[in-house]
Every structure is written in structure tokens, then in C-alpha cells.
Write a protein that binds this ligand. Sequence first.
Ligand code: ATP
Length: 199
Amino acid sequence: MRTGILGGTFNPVHNGHVKLAEAYISALHLDRLLIIPANIPPHKSDSGLVGASHRLAMCRLTFADDPLCEVSDIELKREGKSRTVDTLEQLVLLYPRDRFFLIMGSDMFCSFTSWYYWQRILQLAVLCAGARKASSTDDEMEEQRRKLEALGACCELVEFEPLPISSTLVREKIFKGESLDGLVAPTVAEYIREHGLYR
Ligand code: ATP
């Protein structure tokens, strides 16, 4: 099986994540995509982070109707910081016949060699990142791909135009009492209202 891995804080999950998931499933011909909310993200501060059970529930609502997307609580069950290398080691044991495609943002791809145990990660997964056509990051990413492949990595750059949405924007809208239409799934907007999140 070709299994994609999309990790993140998902605080909360939004339509930018959905478009990203759809683009990678199609471009990489994935058989399934694991959406993996982080317990304690290694690259971000945890201030303003709502509880793991809420972030997991919102991911499940968002991807409920997509049979290729599976929301996994693998990182939420592990204590401490969520390290990608630990997640991959666990997934390899769980699904020994799968090929793993690790999806990351362009910034993460360009700083990949600062990740914890990055050498092991590139033995376990294909590194995948989105590049905007004819942008300066495109050249930077091609350069990084060459460097990483010389170090033994397999890389896939996918042409992708992201939606201008972030979890930060969603949290700001909620704080100001503005509508979330078009930003998150209606079921997630309802969940946020019901539980009084991000106020
Ligand atoms: P925040 O605003 O809190 O920093 P975020 O919107 O970046 O959060 P994350 O959960 O950190 O959300 O993102 C998970 C993954 O999704 C990351 O790889 C990130 O680069 C990617 N991502 C986030 N928003 C978008 C978007 N609009 N389009 C494409 N990819 C996105």
C-alpha cells in the first residue's frame, strides 16, 4: 500500500488541510492518507493549543466522508513531544508492507536536515512537499531535493497552490466572532461553537 502521512497540530483542522490532502492523494496515487494530530508538536509552542481529544474529534468530522483518509491517534497515545521518527518507526511495525510518503510544508522540507534523527526518517519514507509553480521557493526546493537525494533520500515535489487559510486565521476569526464559512467544515464550525473553543 502507498500510505501518505499528514501530521500537524490541526488547531483546528481547516479547508486548506483538506485541499492539501486531496492534492497529495491524487498526485502520489495514495491508497490511504493517515492524518496524524500531534500531541506536543516539536516545532511550535503549545500556548493556545486546545485539548488533543478536541483536535482529534474535529479531524474525524472533517475527513469522515473520505474513504482514503484515516485519522490516527498514534501520536496522541504517546507521551511527550511528537517526533516524526518515532511515529514512522511505529507505523513501519504496524504496516510492514507499506511504502510511506511523508507530507510536509515547503519550509519544513527546506530545513529537513535540522529534524530530529533526519537520517533515519529518509530511510523510512519518501519526503513529499508542495511547490508553487514558477515561484522562488520552487527553485529553492529543487536545490534542496538535489541535496537530499545525494544523501540517499527519495523526494517527491508536488505542484500545489495552497488555499490562503491557516489555523491561526481561523482562531482569529473565532476570537473576533466572525463567520467560519468556507474556512472549516460546517460540522467543525458547529463543534467549535458547541464546545466554546478558541474564545
Ligand atoms: P498554524 O496557523 O496554527 O501555524 P497551520 O494552519 O499551519 O497552523 P498545521 O496543523 O500546523 O496548520 O499544518 C499541518 C500541515 O498542513 C503543515 O504541513 C502545513 O504546512 C500544512 N498546511 C497548513 N495550512 C495549509 C494550507 N492552507 N495549504 C496547504 N498546506 C497547509
